[in-house]
Design a protein. Sequence first.
Length: 314
Amino acid sequence: MAGFLAIAASTLIFAVIVLLFGSKGARSDIVRKRVHDILSDDAQKAASYDEDLSKPIYERLVKPYITLLSTKIAKYMPKGRRADSENKKLRSDKQKKMLRQAGMSMSIEEYSLIRFFVLAGAALFFGLISVSLGLGSRAFLGVIFGVYAGYTVLRLNLTSSISKRRETMEQQMPDVLDLLSVNVEAGLGFEQALLQVIGHFEGPLIDELTVTYREITMGRVRREALALFAERCEIDEIKTFVGSIIQAEQLGISIKNVLRTQATAMRANRRSKVEEKAQKVQVKMLIPMVGLIFPVLLIVLLGPAVVQMIHVLR
């Protein structure tokens, strides 16, 4: 079993090295291009270089290699299996939606490749631990546990990212609506007011609004762009807001009044959620109090009396 795990680990590492560095001269061309961009006097290239440096380290260092690996794997796949994978990609709308809602700017191929390496690494890690513990033929249980643990961690990370992103968007929504309402009441159109909001705030909600604004400026109908915005976010408050805007546009109602009403309702809704969380805190505090604080108090108060009773009984 140990030999099999060693061979599997060696094969995995060798495959990664071959896929990453198989194309000759690719890295030297990238380095040469980067040096040329740095030494160039073109201001646009310098700004592009600064923009690249401002990106997260994952997008600058890890994501290019992940994209390269997924491209090379797709190239070496047989045509029949590649067609099957393309058909499967068409049926994976749910996974695309989850990645988008989690704020992960990667394709399904890249995410599948990351998941494969995580599962393979976890399986090898727990398999080697099982072998080192002397489990012998039962070491495959460690491999199975590693695959399950890796899959569970990835799944929890994805769902946690989605919930955190939704919570952040819910917290931003009242402030965004307030500023949007003020700009519309000041005489700006909806698109111009939306642009002012995008330039004033930051966060996942602003990212989605930026996509919506670009769709509107590129010619998409406003109600369609807003409907896609609500579909991407999947938050009840945003769906209500978008529905009100679309209905007001269809009925000819002033958007200014709708925005003011929605902003007031959003702020009241956020206040009620905060009060609800504050009321739940009292119940949640009972668990550490009963499990940790009360036993210590009992030991401090009753401990001396118990010791005296033991001495008296002796």
